[in-house]
Design a protein around this ligand. Structure first.
Ligand code: 3Y8
Ligand code: NAP
Length: 246
């Protein structure tokens, strides 16, 4: 008998959960608990950290997990590193469901940077109107460039003061669409976009809007991860579930 743990939090994870539920696969879906009320899933769901690698290994063993699919966001690097180490320690097969990185195309004006600090440095000196579409967890380092007006898009209303003196907040949970992001960026007079290279469709609308408006994009590369089994399509992940190669 197999029992699969899905590390979720992305559009792909939700699509996988639907396919697994339809196929009657015995599985449990896992959220970190980052947002106040995450989208419901058609699988039994747990919410919250495991307690590092040791907690993750203990969970795998106590719950009789026989295989893990890491369908977390490419920037959820700590969870992915813990899953690699924990699955190796527990001898449980692991597969990442990872969408390809976005590539700049015709009409795109991207400055590709290695990390958040480089994104801060890539912003202009003169005051600009920056759509900082990276969520909430990394905002503080942009306080080094306080001269800009920042448009922030957050899932939940901030509980504490924001670290940026001149900012507007848009509360929204994606996936987002081109018309909506075009209207948002025009309404705010956006001159620059900062984005994580998330890949997938749920966060891509702002890139299409930037292209249409002829705006520069600062694109942050995804963190490097140790080697692991990776599948890029839902059908490939479903096939892996039947024959979990390590
Ligand atoms: C808690 C679960 C689904 C999954 C939907 C995807 C698409 C919409 C686009 C912008 C970029 C951002 C952010 C984003 C997107 C999907 C996907 C995706 C980006 C939810 C969700 C959880 C989270 C966590 C949240 C982070 C934040 C990042 C907002 C649910 C809605 C910016 C990433 O307040 C916080 O602390 C938010 C934290 C991690 C990044 C950050 O550093 O702030 N996602 N997002 C998951 C958990 O607890 O395990 O609430 O329903 C899921 C989704 N967000 O099932 O349809 O697949 O990527 N999420 C980024 O890409 O830069 C928004 O605004 O353009
Ligand atoms: P992270 O920095 O890689 O992980 C930090 C800690 O959060 C992990 O060590 C783990 O805690 C816990 N955690 C993360 N994902 C978890 C999951 N799916 N189930 C249980 N615990 C989890 O992660 P993050 O960047 O904060 O992302 C958190 C969640 O938001 C993930 O589900 C991710 O897919 C989703 N998300 C993130 C982004 C993003 O931009 N980072 C974008 C969209 C969605 P312990 O060490 O205690 O086990």
């Amino acid at each position: 008998m197999t029992r699969t743990l899905v590390l979720g939090g992305t559009t792909e994870a939700s699509a996988l959960a639907r396919a697994m539920a339809e196929a009657g696969v015995d599985a449990v879906f896992s959220y970190a608990g980052r947002t106040a009320s995450p989208v419901g899933q058609p699988l039994p769901t747990r919410v919250g950290g495991f307690g590092g690698v040791a907690g993750f290994v203990a969970y795998l063993r106590s719950e009789g997990i026989t295989q893990v699919v890491d369908a977390t966001h490419p920037f959820a690097a700590q969870m992915s590193r813990n899953a690699i180490a924990g699955c190796a320690e527990a001898g449980v097969p692991l597969c990442a469901f990872e969408r390809p990185a976005w590539q700049a195309g015709d009409g795109d004006n991207w400055t590709q940077v290695a990390d958040m600090a480089a994104a801060v440095a890539a912003l202009p000196k003169d005051p600009a109107r920056v759509f900082l579409a990276i969520g909430k967890q990394n905002l503080d380092i942009f306080a080094a460039q306080p001269q800009h007006h920042y448009l922030l898009r957050l899932v939940d209303a901030p509980k504490a003061d924001l670290p940026l003196p001149d900012c507007a907040v848009e509360l929204a949970r994606g996936p987002f669409d081109l018309a909506g992001d075009l209207a948002l960026m025009q309404r705010h007079g956006t001159t620059h976009v900062v984005a994580k290279n998330a890949g997938g469709s749920g966060a891509a609308a702002k890139l299409g809007a930037a292209r249409q408006l002829g705006l520069p994009v600062v694109m942050i590369a995804r963190p490097q991860l140790p080697p692991r089994q990776v599948r890029g399509a839902l059908a490939e992940v479903m096939a892996w579930l039947s024959h979990p190669e390590v």
